[in-house]
Write a new protein. Structure first.
Length: 129
């Protein structure tokens, strides 16, 4: 049996809040990076891609068609994947705390997995049970 409308709405709101909390932690993380030229550039890229996840998720629910909705989810997923790249680069270059970077990486990976699963469902390539 499928999920009720209220369950879906609650899950959607919880996921939106999760993305928002991730974004707040990401802002704090970037603001605390070393003030070097490389960190300014990588931090800026990370901030753009990381904040884009939430912006596109919210925009999806304001879209006028299923195609637009799916496209906004796809953009959010691409932004999550880009954010993973920047986080790994900061971790491997030892410009950021391994512990904080891995915490953000874990969260953005889970967000990306949820978005990817949703996209598959929207495209009818996966069945929800």
């Amino acid at each position: 049996m499928g999920k009720s409308t209220s369950d879906k709405k609650r899950m959607r709101e919880e996921f939106k809040k999760r993305i928002y909390c991730f974004t707040l932690r990401l802002i704090e993380f970037v603001d605390n990076l070393p003030k070097t030229p490389s960190c300014r550039i990588i931090g800026g890229q990370l901030l753009r891609s990381g904040t884009s996840i939430g912006a596109n998720y919210v925009e999806a629910y304001a879209s006028s068609s299923k195609k637009d909705f799916t496209n906004y989810f796809s953009i959010a997923l691409k932004s999550a994947n880009e954010s993973k790249f920047w986080l790994v680069l900061l971790k491997d270059s030892q410009k950021a705390s391994k512990e904080k970077t891995e915490m953000l990486l874990k969260e953005v990976t889970e967000i990306a997995n949820i978005l990817a699963s949703s996209i598959l469902t929207l495209r009818g390539k996966r069945k929800d049970f």
